[in-house]
Ligand binder design. Structure first.
Ligand code: HEM
Length: 145
């Protein structure tokens, strides 16, 4: 979790506050971009997209709140990653989700997204992805063993 520095955390919180002013739009743009990049992902989402969008934003809010307390954040992300195996998510899908997130941030925040904020988001995504995949791998080895 040490990948995200104190300064980056401030930038992430600032940009998330900007994003939350348009949270419904942000979440919908994210899924619209995701399904445009890879339409085969659409059937994996069985619930309604508005509800899913709210869950995604809530998770990001939790992650931002817990960045300074990795002992609390890591188990949340590991079990989220393990549940994603059950949704049929594969490691390669994380790059697609990253691309959709990048497009959403640029589209919704526009000029408000500074290069420093952008690289802080990239750092955050990297940490979230790694920790979720770690949880997925642990779940897989627990099943075998
Ligand atoms: C930063 C990475 C990600 C985050 C923070 C995230 C967050 C979430 C959250 C909070 C949920 C709600 C259910 C739960 O808590 O278990 C969820 C469900 C789901 N996510 Fe993700 N996710 C991520 C990556 C991915 C990726 C890479 C895929 C692949 C396409 C994906 C596909 C799904 C699917 C299919 C569901 C279940 C939807 C349903 O049952 O309708 N997620 N995700």
């Amino acid at each position: 979790m040490g990948l995200v520095t104190g300064e980056e955390i401030l930038r992430l919180r600032k940009s998330f506050a900007l994003l939350e002013r348009h949270h419904e739009l942000a979440a919908l743009v994210f899924y619209q971009q995701l399904f445009q990049i890879d339409p085969t992902l659409r059937p994996m989402f069985r619930g309604d997209i508005e509800g899913q969008a709210v869950k995604l934003m809530n998770l990001l809010r939790t992650a931002l709140a817990l960045l300074e307390t990795p002992d609390q954040l890591v188990p949340v992300l590991e079990s989220l990653g393990a549940r994603h195996v059950g949704y049929g998510v594969q490691a390669a899908h994380y790059a697609t989700v990253r691309e959709a997130l990048v497009r959403m941030l640029k589209g919704v925040l526009g000029d408000q997204l500074t290069p420093e904020m952008f690289s802080a988001w990239e750092g955050l995504y990297e940490v979230v992805q790694q920790t979720m995949l770690q949880g997925a791998a642990q779940a897989a080895s627990a099943e075998v063993g």
